[in-house]
Design a binder for this molecule. Sequence first.
Ligand code: GLN
Length: 299
Amino acid sequence: MDDCPAGVTTGDALRWAARNLALADVASPRLDAELLLGHALGASRTDLQLRWTECLTPEAAHALTALIRRRAAREPLAYITGRRPFYDLDLYVAPGVLVPRPETEGLVEEVLAWAQKWRAAGRRPLRIADVGTGSGAIAVTLARHLPEATVAATDLSPAALAVAAENVARHGLGDRMRLVRADLLAGVGGPLDVIAANPPYVPSARLADLQPEIREHEPREALDGGADGLDVIRRLLPQAAERLAAPGLLVVEIDETHGEAVRRLARQAFPHADIAIRQDLAGLDRLLRVSLDNRSESE
Ligand code: GLN
């Protein structure tokens, strides 16, 4: 216990960090303190336990103080560490992109389940588009799991495209992925077999109620869906209908209050498709799923 008779141990630092984050009302102060201390020391959470009674160097103490100050100001953890786990990948994340959310993993699963049948039927490589890609979470995860697919990912934000490009490079997907600076599907031709999107869908008036991490740090253009939250999906659906091949799949993440409204909008754009609203793990409406079979419209 006396590796560090006069100074601050790893354990002391962790308690100090967690207390400061708790005082700042951070939702998971202990976990975030561990992750930030691990980041400062280049150590995993398990390593921290092994180094519990070690003395913190002045450099590490200085680095930790700066990290805790940022998190106590309610900056998202992922912006501070520069990474976020998503599905089975470790993604690069930076200010200017929405931090990938667990709900969005459900969208990826929906596409992969559909794509599995596609592959089992021995069809040609998939042509996929991810609209408003942000960090590239959806597009990169799909490209990683579907080794023959080509994936176009659009975003209007140059900052987002820079983050997405880093994720494409880190996962070695440059030969099958194309990043396009465009509004929705404007820069992408058809036909497409899969269209995926996590558009901004929060009704403008609800933005003020979001937690400070989101409200004060995440890009408004990735969240704000206009007065009723449906502005972007309203524009996206007709563009998707023009480009989706048959068979084809469209999946769009939605707000939990939008299930019925989105089902109606989808029916207008795709009069003959199979349309479903799917729930997330919390049981809330979270996805629009539109599938065309090979006799549906567009042909
Ligand atoms: N689910 C996100 C949130 O509430 C919103 C994401 C979005 O608008 N696409 O923070």
